[in-house]
Structure formats: C-alpha cells, structure tokens
Design a protein around this ligand. Structure first.
Ligand code: DEZ
Ligand code: MG
Length: 308
C-alpha cells in the first residue's frame, strides 16, 4: 500500500519501476542494506544487476570503518558481485580525507592514534600517514598503569589526531590510552561515524558511536564526525564522480545517517529499507526528529522481485 502523504512504499511493480525511472545513480549503504555481517540479503545481486542493465551508476557509501575500500572490493567479490574500489566510499576514507584536507596534517611527520580497526589504518597509510594504536598487540594486555608500555614510554609527541571508529576489540587499555591522547589540547579528535548500533544477522550490536561516546564523554570533547550524514562526505563523492544530485537516490537502513545524508545533501531521492535498523513505524513517523525518506521498502531485493 502506498501513502498519499509521506514515504511511498515500494510494494508494486509500478512503484518499483517509477523509482528506477527517476534516478540514474544509486548510492548504497552496505550494513543492513546489502548484507548483515557475512550474510548477503535476498536478491541483492539480482537487484544490482537489474540496475546495471538499465544503465544506472552504482556507488557504495558505508559508515563501517573496519575495512578499507580495497578490502570491501574483496568482500563484494566474495559474494560474486563485481564492484571496484573506486565505487566504494567508507567513513574511514572520509576520516583520512579530513585529516589530510581539513586538518592538513603532514604525512611522514604527523602521526594519528587509531581507536578502531584496520580500515582506518589502511586508508591513512595510502595517504602516507603513520598510525599508532589500533591492533598493536600490547593493547590486548589487561590495563595496568604500572606496566602499560604506553604509560611507561609516555605519549608520542608526533601524534596530532585521534581517529575513533568501530572497534570490536575494544577494552580498557585502548580506552585508557586513547583518553591520554585526547587530554592533549593540540591533538584533534576525529570520529568516523555516529551510528549508535550496528545490524548483524539476528542481532543489533553496539555501533561506532557508542564506543566513540565513551572516550568523548571521558575527555569532555566532541569529535568531528566524518561519515554519513556529514555533507563533506557527499561533497567528496559528488565531486569525484561528477554526479548530478537531482538524479541520485540514496538507499539506506538508518534515518539519522543515511536518509539525513540524502535529504540534507539535496539528492533527488531516498529509499529506506527495513532490513537493518529502522522499522516501518519509524519510516512513517512524521513526528520523528529525522528526515523521512521519499520511498521505503521491506528490503532492497523487492525492487527486483516486483519487476520479475
Ligand atoms: O557502527 C558502525 O560503524 C555502523 O553501525 C555500521 O558499520 C554502519 O555501516 P553502514 O550501515 O553505513 O554500511
Ligand atoms: Mg546501514
């Protein structure tokens, strides 16, 4: 059933075709839209192929910073989906761009402390930056102020920024040393993204924002958050790919990141899918603090199923 005022549900062949006809470019969120962890959602491959056969351009815009763009290309390949690195944008990449283009840190001289995973380190490395923290095995040791090498050796004065993101190895040692850097007033504080939760198969798990808030609260500081809905991330994509915003559609599973990104970024359309974070009730809640999508669907694969 479609709504006359508010989001239109993609629940018929006509609406599915109407949606496809309006846009020449689709920006896809990944977690909760394409997959849940290592589980590919139904008819994703078929939907992407359908769009390609209709001549659409496809880009993938994820707030998940745990993998680099190169690692994501491999993840797509593992599902038998042919996506190249230059179609992928991550919040880790957006954070590295921020360090280089806004903070203007000097590669080879300035270092970055990473409270997060490899995806951030790899993107920084491509820009010539050395990072500390992340998966340094010494951080896996239980924290003891008397024995922590990070406390004993003191802070590295070359560290000029902390980048914080989703860290599935989070522990007190990582939190404690990250806080030491954040107590330095000249060390900038960068967050990959603000997602409070992360959808996996059958479970909603703590997201990057929940971990970042822990160190932000301890430090009494507010980070610059680089992923969706930050317009700088969209500007970077629009410029790199020379996109016409009015013919782009953002597809996501979260209102306060994906749909806000599309609406405030003045993209022609937004499609919310219900395979991740949001429910149908949220999608239709006109009293919501967040912008509502133009369209919503139970799942992305419905675009394909309704047309076949
Ligand atoms: O907490 C996180 O980092 C996010 O919940 C998650 O990984 C977001 O990924 P996206 O849905 O943007 O692909
Ligand atoms: Mg998502």
């Amino acid at each position: 059933m479609t709504q006359s005022n508010g989001p239109i549900k993609v629940d018929s062949k006509a609406v599915s075709q109407q949606l496809l006809d309006q846009y020449d470019t689709f920006l896809f969120d990944c977690d909760g839209v394409l997959w849940l962890g290592t589980h590919l959602l139904p008819h994703i491959k078929e939907t992407l192929n359908l769009l390609l056969t209709q001549g659409k351009k496809l880009y993938f815009v994820t707030n998940n910073s745990t993998k680099s763009r190169a690692a994501y290309a491999k993840k797509f390949a593992s599902f038998g989906i042919d996506v190249t690195e230059d179609q992928i944008f991550t919040s880790g990449y957006a954070s590295a761009l921020y360090v280089r283009d806004t903070l203007k840190l000097v590669p080879g001289t300035d270092k970055i402390w990473v409270f997060g995973e490899e995806g951030i380190v790899d993107e920084l490395k491509l820009m010539g930056y050395e990072s500390l923290g992340c998966n340094d095995p010494r951080l896996n040791e239980p924290f003891d102020i008397a024995t922590s090498p990070f406390i004993a050796q003191g802070l590295d004065p070359a560290v000029k920024a902390v980048i914080a993101g989703l860290d599935t190895k989070v522990n007190y040692h990582r939190l404690a040393i990250t806080l030491q850097y954040l107590q330095q007033p000249d060390v900038k504080f960068v967050a990959t993204n603000i997602d409070s939760t992360y959808p996996n198969k059958g479970h909603i798990l703590p997201g990057a924002g929940s971990m970042i808030n822990c160190v932000a609260f301890a430090a009494g500081r507010e980070p610059a958050a680089c992923g969706k809905p930050n317009p700088n991330m969209l500007n970077a994509i629009v410029t790199a790919k020379q996109l016409n915003r009015s013919t782009c559609c953002m597809v996501g599973d979260r209102l306060n990141t994906d749909i806000r990104f599309g609406v405030e970024g003045k993209l022609g359309g937004t499609l919310l899918v219900l395979t991740g974070i949001e429910t149908e009730e949220n999608a239709l809640d006109v009293s919501s603090d967040h912008p509502l999508p133009k369209y919503y669907a139970d799942k992305l694969g419905d675009l394909y199923e309704l047309l076949n």
